[in-house]
Ligand binder design. Sequence first.
Ligand code: HEM
Length: 568
Amino acid sequence: MPKLPFITLLRTSFFFRGLELSAKSMFFHSNFLNGSVVGLAVHLGIFIRGEWHMQAPKLLFSHLILSLVTFGFNIRLSGFSPIACSNAYTVLGGYVCGLFSSILLYRLSPFHRLSKFPGPRLARVSKLWHVWQCRDSRNHLVIERLHEEYPGDFVRIGPSELAVYHPDGLDIALGLGTKCTKSDFFDMMLPNFSLVFTRDQATHHARRHVWTKALSMKSIKLYQNRINRQIEVLRTQIRESALACEEVVINDVLYWFTFDAMGEFAFGEDFGMMREKKWHFAIGMFRRALSLLGMFSSAMWIIRIGFELFPWAPRARDWLSMEAFCHKQMDKRASTKSSEIDVASFFLEEAEKLGESHSAARDKWLKGDATTVIVAGSDTTAPSFVFIFYCLAKYPLDAEKIYEEVKNVDTLEIATVTTLPHLNGVINEAMRLYPVLPTGISRLTPPEGVMFGNTFVPGNTKLLLPACVISKLESAFVRGTEFIPERWYSKPEMIKKKHAFAPFGLGRMTCAGNGLAMTQLRLVTATLVKEFKISFAPGEDGVPFLRDMRDQLTAQPGQLKLLFQERT
Ligand code: HEM
């Protein structure tokens, strides 16, 4: 065999090495490209349409499985080797790049249906931006700041979500005749059913009548003895503090009262918090679990992943344990006969109608509504109370005006307190300036879209309707940021858009417990103002109370210390 010169050998070896490298590079590129095309197709063909939060846990799980299968497949093809692993990485890397580039470009592009609405660039890309902004549970400040930064009626706060600051926003999105429906947020409690968390309108309508019956003014009168009992415990506790000249942490006392009262109305048994002057463990769990909502309520897919894949994580566990506690309360109530009527009596009566053949659905409704009645009934009324008492301490002249109204009347008479103008003006004004659902109302536009004045909002857009901004708009209320109770009775000209104040929502899905909540607010405020002078405790100025407020779907104000002094 002729001997090849060394140089020729070298050249030939470089040539083949080059060929191998370019083949490898082509292979690499084609793997990457194939992955990217699949990623692109999956976005444009599937994920671009509809809602995916309910499937989020399954999607995450199936993507993990698919990644493992891709590795397995490549290892089977080329044996366990760096090449097999790098092939798998390349395909998966291509998929991820294709999928996310397509999502990113689309969301930032002028072709997106919400492209004309202003808002932070990162908010357009992903809801993770909003989640990050809410990491300290202060969504109300985020939403207020955005309103200042982007003056106008709308700000884009997510890829397909708008914050609406229009003075008619609540009326258009919630009012009678609206075609907007509840947003993805209301899938939070699934698989349990509950009136609040029911998106399907027909199902909602069918369930609503039980709640309407259980919380009608006629039924509330049946709970009057229970209400009076709880108010008496509260009065006694406040009187003890007044006699001892002790400051009262009003948040604790009024939260204990409201949860105790709700336990009593709902299941015929309070939580004993006022008597024992300490938090019940289940309510404590619930309040810890709320921090989940402070950060994640704007991204339901994260909450769904948390509940389904990480139910053992501390906050998710607190939430699930709190639900289990409420379910147990309902089971306990179902197995006892009560001589006095309570809210559960109505639910149990309805459950009996469903009978054994529908036992699964019946149990789900009972469980879901048991949680709702405690959570929606207490964690809303309690902060309303705290804000009202903050206003009474801050505006003592208004407290005195209420005193003039109540000093000669029976403050436990529902019909009487309903008609007292300044009492009701103060309650309304406190709820307007300090809404208990500061950013908690959201809706989805119908497929054909909705007009807000002259602006068209396209279909399937999630809307956030922040009461913390809308109810103070100058276009809705004259001197909108000031506390003026008279606007609700003697100065109606100071209200330009009455539906910009909707503390209980509007329309078909308005608060079912509106009457009960207002009754409690009126009776308790009138009773305590009649008996006590209320002021800030020494060293208290109410600043930390507002500064430390968290927005965890419901407002969780900071600590407030008050002094109660018995009127002589
Ligand atoms: C001051 C106290 C309260 C406030 C500010 C309040 C506020 C609200 C708001 C704004 C909504 C509508 C949410 C939406 O449209 O997305 C609502 C719904 C609801 N609330 Fe209340 N609420 C209070 C007290 C109560 C009480 C005491 C109960 C019951 C015991 C209750 C039970 C419900 C229920 C069941 C719904 C759902 C209604 C439906 O979807 O048909 N709420 N509440």
